[in-house]
Design a binder for this molecule. Structure first.
Ligand code: SF4
Length: 81
């Protein structure tokens, strides 16, 4: 049974789907397009506190925040990071 959590990242409640949708996408990107782990982690900590986060997606842009936060060119649509 899949746990639902509106203020969670996808990895927090569905590890299988995370690997299928996000882990694979990030693995396919060139390393220079990806942020360092500490930057990604700080961004996602902000997302976890944001009322726009809904089950791993951002209600402001519709993206998976774990992908957006991992990209060097990724930006929060509300300029929180
Ligand atoms: S990307 Fe920005 S607006 Fe979207 S959930 Fe994260 S902090 Fe909130």
């Amino acid at each position: 049974m899949t746990k639902i959590c509106t203020r969670c990242l996808l990895a927090d409640f569905d590890r299988v789907k995370y690997e299928q949708l996000i882990g694979k996408s990030l693995n396919d990107l060139p390393p220079e397009d990806l942020t360092a782990d500490d930057i990604r982690g700080k961004r996602l900590d902000i997302c976890r506190e944001c009322d726009k986060l809904n089950q791993g997606t951002c209600l402001a842009c519709g993206c998976f925040v774990e992908i957006r936060a991992a990209l060097v060119r990724g930006k929060c649509p509300y300029k929180k990071w």
